[in-house]
Design a protein around this ligand. Structure first.
Ligand code: SF4
Ligand code: SF4
Ligand code: SF4
Length: 487
């Protein structure tokens, strides 16, 4: 079984034997109710009756057996759904709302999102390129940290451009590379970046690596050249079906740890058709959202949602967001379990009126965007080399993304000052010469993914400060309680 080939096609191996997650693409992060109902049906039939809504802003069906992958893909195709891709390639664009829906939007990010789909369709692969487009400087999809190239709407049809954003082991806050570009110029910038990274990038490099290696100025010159030269592309229409002012409000549905059951997803689809505009938007913090709902009907909708155990995010604390956590091959801790306990803690403390974002990821790759949350957790593990077993092959040193391993006298030696506690070396060693020592949670405080002038700690995008490492679950909960009371 070629796992890299599967990943390229949107099928990602989970920790359990022969179990995979299927990544269902939602162009511009929207999906009509008919399609979402199909996803729910397939999760019930071929998975374990749950759907994960992740920071990638589309639904994922976990726990599909290898033997069922073909059937799932075939059935998705019947409703015109395809899979997104994982790994080193152009990824589905993260987009927030059409200006017909979001009252804050100064421009429409969807039309640019539809144009950038060309690069997703035609990418030859080799470099991970995430793109993100937002309609205003609030930056709901966190383009400066979650995307290699982020567009922030600043005026009608005009965007500022940020390059280099990423989280994970080597986080980078994207640098501003251009201001006030129109859509055609933005498309050109993406084309230039792709051409440049394919021409000059080293194996697996991302845009942050180009900036670190070549300097921001050279990257800026390369990606902003020939802006007036038009790129030939074919836009791909997303599922919003809206050309007029939609009105109403956006109903945000709570999905703790980004998880809904198939039955809950069916209800969300029904409500989108009955009370909304027939489509669902997947937000960066893992909630399913239904735009265009009349405020007068919210009480009625709430009671329909309550029948399947769902609530809405109508108070301060945002959706508690996790990644795959313990299901993932890299998962070190049960981040999903931790969040479910934090949810109970919040209820016990009666703190749901605070404007706080909390996330927990299974490992330091922080796919659950923990470093840009007010309180962010991630799993950490200490790697320990058993010298008597190590044969000095160096595979672990190649696997370590932060160069924390050196070979000395034919043995792997870890520089713990550089180590990010991620487990890559443990997974990579073919001789099981690296074992896990202590494990637990790291905690960061004060992160922010967008911009808010009202934020008393400073409104700009920033990474949280790590305040603890290797906490047990009980200690993490104790710290969460203290922090929640302080914030
Ligand atoms: S943060 Fe780690 S555990 Fe979570 S999905 Fe990413 S790689 Fe997996
Ligand atoms: S991969 Fe394993 S055997 Fe090879 S150098 Fe690293 S620890 Fe030693
Ligand atoms: S030494 Fe191992 S655990 Fe530490 S950062 Fe490198 S790969 Fe990750």
């Amino acid at each position: 079984m070629d796992l890299e080939q599967l990943k390229r096609g949107g099928v990602v191996k989970l920790k359990e034997k022969d179990q995979f997650s299927v990544w269902v693409r939602a162009v511009c992060c929207n999906m009509d109710a008919v399609k979402f109902r199909k996803v729910a049906e397939l999760a019930e039939r071929y998975g374990r009756g749950i759907i994960l809504l992740t920071t990638r802003q589309f639904p994922i069906i976990p726990f599909v057996h290898f033997n069922d992958l073909e059937a799932v893909q075939r059935e998705l195709k019947e409703v015109n759904l395809m899979l997104d891709r994982c790994g080193a390639r152009v990824r589905n664009s993260d987009v927030c709302y059409d200006s017909n829906i979001c009252p804050l939007a100064v421009t429409n990010p969807l039309t640019l999102g539809e144009k950038l789909d060309e690069f997703w369709q035609k990418d030859p692969g080799g470099h991970k390129i995430k793109t993100s487009i937002v309609g205003c400087p609030k930056q709901c999809t966190s383009p400066r940290v979650l995307s290699d190239i982020g567009f922030v709407g600043v005026a009608p049809g005009r965007f500022d451009v940020y390059v280099g954003g990423r989280l994970g082991l080597r986080p980078f806050i994207g640098e501003k590379m251009a201001e006030g570009l129109n859509e055609e110029e933005c498309v050109r910038v993406v084309k230039n970046l792709l051409d440049f990274i394919h021409r000059s990038g080293r194996e697996g490099e991302r845009s942050a690596d180009l900036i670190n290696r070549l300097g921001a100025e050279q990257v800026r010159q390369e990606i902003t050249k020939d802006l007036a030269e038009k790129v030939d592309y074919k836009p791909y229409a997303c599922d919003t079906k809206q050309s007029e002012k939609i009105g109403g409000t956006i109903l945000r549905i709570r999905a703790t740890a980004g998880e809904v059951t198939s039955a809950q997803a069916q209800t969300i689809a029904d409500i989108a058709e009955k009370y909304g505009k027939g489509f669902i938007h997947f937000a960066v913090r893992g909630s399913a959202e239904i735009p265009g709902v009349k405020e007068a009907l919210i009480a009625e909708i709430k009671s329909e949602l309550a029948k399947v155990g769902l609530g809405i995010l109508d108070s301060g604390i945002d959706n508690l967001q996790s990644c795959f956590g313990e299901y993932c091959t890299n998962g070190i801790v049960d981040s999903r379990g931790l969040l479910k306990k934090i949810e109970k803690l919040i209820a016990r403390l009666g703190l749901n009126d605070r404007d706080i974002k909390i996330s927990a990821a299974g490992c330091p790759n922080t796919c659950a965007i923990s470093p840009i949350s007010d309180i962010g957790f991630w799993g950490v593990i200490e790697p320990i080399v058993a010298m008597e077993k190590c044969n000095g092959c160096g595979i672990c040193a190649k696997a370590c993304k932060v160069n924390a391993i050196e070979l000395k006298d034919g043995k792997a030696v870890i520089d713990y000052k550089k180590c990010k506690w991620c487990m890559d070396c443990i997974n990579a060693c073919p001789f099981e010469s690296i074992a896990g020592g202590k494990r637990g949670y790291a905690v960061a405080v004060g992160g922010r993914g967008g911009y808010s002038p009202a934020d008393r700690r400073g409104g700009e995008t920033r990474l949280g400060k790590v305040v603890a490492e290797f906490l047990s679950e009980a200690e993490a909960l104790e710290l969460a309680e203290k922090l929640l009371e302080e914030i």
